[in-house]
Design a protein around this ligand. Structure first.
Ligand code: ARG
Length: 575
């Protein structure tokens, strides 16, 4: 165990148990970073109240039991325990971490099976900027869970079924397969949809054809299904182009769209009705999960079959829960979906519990994604009010990155490779670095900045360490300990790095990638201070000092690289 906070928590707990009895063995010792030492433990104050004793006295008793401790402990103020770790302990742990290819990140024990439901654009409309964020955050969570050894099942819950498909297929027949496919593959789903919609609103004949086509689709008419596939394949080809550009790990094998659940919906409704979980209300089959009321204080319905017999979004999600629990044998389901669907998921989870389909040992969590805003503070759109095609949006980030590195003398191929990595790194990091549930302003200038908590800055920080090794004529793997802490800047950096493993575990557990970004930003800042204050390769640095500083560089690089890879942000050799 390397994480200082974890080690201290355990040690102070042991001291508490020795001083005040075994019932205190798992009390939270309230270890926090401190201005006056490495950490402080605040437990004495709260414990003193309960024991009706003087807090300083309680603190002294704890300190007396911390004898075999790798550091010094002082009682200060009203009863804080100020803790300073020994340099030798930090050095030994850092050297151990340098030998560990996982940089101190543990393995889940036991591993869990985790479904991550993310991206999920709608085929009947354009893949919009909101889906960009669910895609990026979901993908980071998938990488984090996989790294910890959990079994990740990605589920791309595409909107690929429903009444609009009648009209979309008729439109496909009207304009011809070839034209339709070309349009859809190019990401013009919105134009396509609008074309179909206009005819639907204007022509009774088209409307009638479309309705008939929906029925044929639902009854499994082979020719209609083939046309549906033509439509979907072209649409998915575009989605894949976006995934490819972004470098996300979703593949066609992860597609589990709404259409997949279509054959299960009758049964879903029948079972809910038979169990008395769903009841007929004004002709619609509804679940009324307790605790949900509308503005009029009346129970709020989750409609699972409309009065016309049609199924909706909620029906599919209930079928999906059952499939994930019974067939995929999942321990945890993460729904990485817009925050505006919070009520939907709370009701679906409640209904799933009522039905007994979502047992208590399976945790279903809505990872709420905040809305993407334009610089004007409104929902992100182009000036003309149209939403933006994602491939164009991503290309602009790459073009701007390319312009920013124009004067660095790279050949064309290198420049375009770096520009792509910087552009995508900027977009992804910007999405990840703020809390996933907060709204977020899409601003190229800020995300592409080479300073601050941005993707390009993190990439630059790693590339800078690489260049140190190139100058030294070594690979980072060749740097080996010992790590010796002669200077406060070295000590601060090493102590911070030791917290990496525990942080990754916590970030994964709580679905909070922005805290990994904050950790990496702090890492880069501490490294900068270290590197500005202390020469590594300069003349006059003796061989030992040089070796242990290079070891610290290598450990920093390992942490930065691992962290960025877990976020899905490309790491560069040079920049
Ligand atoms: N297609 C939906 C949308 O764009 C998101 C689906 C999320 N996943 C789910 N299981 N409901 O809003």
């Amino acid at each position: 165990m390397t994480d200082p906070q974890k080690v201290l928590t355990e040690r102070v707990q042991q001291a508490l148990a020795r001083a005040f009895g075994p019932e205190h063995a798992d009390a939270d010792p309230l270890i926090r970073p401190s201005q006056f030492a490495d950490f402080q433990a605040n437990v004495a104050m709260s414990l003193a109240k309960r024991l009706r004793r003087a807090p300083r006295e309680v603190a002294e008793s704890i300190r007396a039991e911390l004898s075999d401790f790798p550091g010094t402990v002082e009682v200060s103020g009203p009863g804080f325990l100020n803790i300073t770790l020994d340099d030798s302990w930090i050095e030994a742990e850092a050297a151990r971490m340098l030998d560990d290819p996982r940089a101190g990140v543990g393995q889940a024990a036991p591993p869990q099976t985790v479904v991550i439901d993310y991206s999920a654009p709608n085929a009947a409309k354009e893949m919009h900027v909101g889906h960009l964020r669910t895609t990026i955050v979901g993908d980071a969570l998938a990488r984090l869970h996989e790294h910890l050894g959990n079994t990740v099942i990605r589920q791309n819950h595409l909107g690929d079924w429903g009444t609009p498909f009648g009209m979309l297929i008729e439109h496909l027949l009207d304009i011809g397969e070839e034209t339709a496919v070309a349009q859809l593959q190019a990401g013009m789903g919105t134009e396509y949809y609008q074309g179909a919609r206009a005819k639907f609103d204007a022509s009774e004949e088209f409307k009638a054809r479309s309705r008939k086509r929906v029925t044929m689709l639902q009854s499994g008419d082979p020719d209609t299904l083939r046309l549906w596939h033509v439509f979907m394949d072209a649409t998915i080809a575009y989605f894949n182009k976006v995934y490819d550009t972004l470098g996300v790990t979703l593949t066609d094998a992860d597609i589990a769209g709404e259409s997949m659940y279509n054959p299960m919906l009758d049964q879903t409704c029948d079972d809910l009705e038979a169990a008395g979980v769903a009841v007929l209300s004004e002709g619609a089959l509804c679940v009324f999960p307790p605790g949900f009321t509308g503005s009029d204080d009346k129970p709020l319905p989750l409609i699972i079959r409309k009065s016309d017999g049609g199924y909706g979004y909620a029906t599919t999600d209930l079928a999906a829960i059952r499939y994930r629990v019974d067939d995929l044998k999942v321990d945890r389901i993460l729904y990485v979906v817009g925050a505006d669907q919070a009520l939907h998921f709370r009701m679906v989870f409640a209904a799933g519990k009522l039905a007994g389909w979502l047992p208590d040992d399976v945790s279903a969590e809505h990872v709420q994604i905040g809305m993407m805003l334009g610089k004007d503070g409104r929902r992100f759109k182009t000036r003309s009010g149209q939403s933006i095609k994602l491939t164009d949006l991503l290309q602009e980030a790459v073009d701007r990155a390319s312009a920013a590195i124009a004067d660095r003398g790279y050949d064309e191929a290198t420049r375009s490779e770096i520009a792509h990595a910087v552009g995508m790194g900027a977009v992804k990091y910007a999405d990840l670095s703020v809390g996933h549930d907060s709204e977020y302003v899409f601003d190229y200038d800020r995300m592409l900045g080479f300073t601050g908590n941005t993707g390009p800055y993190m990439q630059y920080a790693t590339a800078r360490i690489r260049s140190i090794f190139r100058k030294a004529g070594l690979t980072p793997d060749e740097a080996s300990g010992p790590i010796v802490l002669g200077d406060p800047a070295e000590r601060a950096l090493a102590l911070h790095l030791l917290g990496f493993g525990a942080l990754v575990e916590q970030v994964t557990d709580r679905s909070e990638p922005h805290r990994l970004c904050a950790f990496l930003f702090e890492t880069a800042s501490l490294f900068s201070t270290f590197y500005e204050e202390l020469p590594v390769l300069k003349e006059g640095v003796d061989a030992d000092t040089r070796a242990h500083r290079l070891a610290l560089c290598a450990l920093t690089l390992r942490v930065m690289r691992t962290g960025l890879e877990l976020l899905g942000v490309p790491v560069l050799e040079r920049m």
